[in-house]
Design a protein around this ligand. Structure first.
Ligand code: ZN
Length: 490
């Protein structure tokens, strides 16, 4: 592997490849965003942070990145299938609001969570419902090329027909024969030629509220289509990187490849990248398991599986301490270890400001720089980078203690290096310690009452009265009790 260049693991070729953009210095990056019908949970944080690192690092390397991360606000049906209620519409029905109120509410909350995690905003954040025309246009192209068919007002992608001309399943490794044996016939699928065909356009039932007119029917687009249509619109028929969670590999991304190839006659994406899943205490996350912990619940410590609150930077650091392609298991112990680790790291780095320059250098910052780049160039290996940063933090402690020395030039270079990797690339920052004002105030009041109690024991009435009177002037009532005193704010 050439460590001087960025290598990324391509899910399509199933190996690491040197990253060569199609049209340097421009890079097109598309990542599947959330379906906004509920609060973001830990499973949303991982792709957001993984591709934030990629976005930051590509920009650091000098590329001009157009990062498109969509918002799914229509067409994502329950169970990710072609039948069932639209996830957004269902929430709207239950809450008795407009579907777009649901979308706005959870999009705003998603943005707030992403800001807390220090995830940079994408260059474009398109919504599926704002691109119905583009999706209809793509359906027409696929129909024209013979890879889709109409059935009672709905349009389905003809997987078997496509598979005659292009290899279907190249991303997920699923083959059509196998799919035929494993996909169940569900109610309503008699419309399809084959059970594995997927909807490009669905005719809306009378009670379905999210609907648009078309030459086929009043209806709505299939979930997979939006990403093909929006990536084409903003990044072109061929672009560099498509990312997302491994759970989207099949059928979502496999369908995207088929749609784009059927419409354009060729592959759209050069590098497919997928982050692995997060498990909770060794278990998959699932609605039935009740272990979807939302980010807000993490930040507030407000869930039965949480011992206490964890800050956004702790969550970010925890996610970065694993390679994005490994599974990551959440537990209270693991998060508390991350919290301590991050604190130790930030503490050591802040020591740099106290280091006095010397006439000689005991080591060169360039050694660390080479290690840092080698880690990032190896498919964004953030855990290895963090291990090197911990090694460096020991060196920084020695510098601060005067056991090792650096010249002014090397010291400046080291500060710049730490800033670049810790803040710019990993996106870590020192968090303001949350001040629990009620608890702090009680601590201070107890201290004052203790001093007053001791003054009284020494018959120092002047001090005892002064404390009581001045607290009273500030609105605190002091009540003497058998064992000392109590306070209330009046
Ligand atoms: Zn997508």
């Amino acid at each position: 592997m050439e460590v001087s260049k960025l290598n990324v693991y391509n899910t399509l070729s199933k190996r690491k490849e040197v990253f060569e953009p199609l049209n340097p210095p421009h890079v097109g990056l598309y990542v599947c965003g959330p379906t906004v019908y509920g609060d973001a949970h830990l499973g949303h944080a991982r792709p957001a942070i993984t591709f934030d690192i990629l976005f930051r690092y590509l920009q650091h390397l000098g590329y001009k990145v157009r990062y498109v991360r969509n918002i799914t606000d229509v067409g994502h049906l329950e169970n990710d299938a072609d039948e069932g209620e639209d996830k957004i519409a269902k929430k709207a029905r239950l809450e008795q609001v407009e579907p777009m109120e649901v979308v706005q509410f959870f999009t705003d909350r998603y943005h707030r969570n992403m800001d807390a995690l220090n995830v940079l905003k994408p260059s474009i954040e398109p919504r599926a419902s704002g691109h119905i025309i583009e999706q209809q246009e793509m359906i027409r192209e696929i129909l024209e090329h013979g890879y889709a068919y109409e059935s009672d007002g709905s349009i389905y992608f003809d997987v078997a027909k496509y598979n005659e001309d292009y290899p279907y399943g190249k991303l997920s490794g699923r083959v059509v024969d196998e799919l035929l044996a494993t996909t169940r016939e569900l109610a309503g699928q008699q419309e399809k030629k084959n059970s594995f065909d997927f909807a490009l356009w669905k005719k809306a039932s009378p009670e379905h509220i999210m609907r648009w007119p078309s030459e086929w029917s009043d209806g709505f687009p299939g979930w997979h289509l939006e990403c093909s249509a929006m990536s084409t619109k903003y990044l072109g028929k061929e672009f560099d990187i498509h990312g997302g969670g491994l759970d989207l590999l099949f059928p979502h991304h496999e369908s995207e490849i088929a749609q784009s190839t059927a419409a354009h006659g060729h592959e759209s994406v050069k590098y497919w990248m997928h982050n692995n899943m997060i498990t909770i205490n060794g278990q998959k996350m699932g609605k039935s398991l009740g272990n979807f912990i939302t980010l807000d619940e993490f930040f507030q410590g407000n869930h039965s599986l949480l011992d206490r609150a964890y800050s956004a930077m702790t969550i970010r650091f925890f996610i970065l301490q694993a390679h994005y392609r490994s599974t990551l298991d959440f537990s209270n112990e693991a998060l508390q270890a991350s919290e301590k680790g991050l604190e130790r790291l930030m503490q050591a780095m802040s020591q740099l400001d106290k280091v006095k320059p010397s006439d000689v250098s005991d080591f060169s910052p360039a050694e660390y720089e080479a290690l840092f780049y080698a880690a990032m160039n190896d498919d964004l290996n953030t855990p290895v980078l963090i291990a090197h940063l911990f090694d460096l933090s020991k060196r920084i402690n020695s510098l601060a203690d005067g056991r090792e020395h650096l010249t002014q030039t090397d010291l400046d270079a080291l500060k710049q290096l730490v800033h670049r990797f810790l803040e710019e690339i990993l996106g870590l920052k020192t968090e303001e310690k949350k001040v629990d004002t009620t608890a702090d105030l009680d601590g201070i009041m107890q201290l004052l009452l203790q001093v007053r109690h001791e003054a009284k024991l020494h018959k120092d009435w002047a001090t005892a009265d002064k404390i009581r009177n001045q607290l009273q002037a500030l609105g605190f009532q002091i009540k003497d009790t058998k064992d000392g005193a109590e306070w209330i704010k009046s």
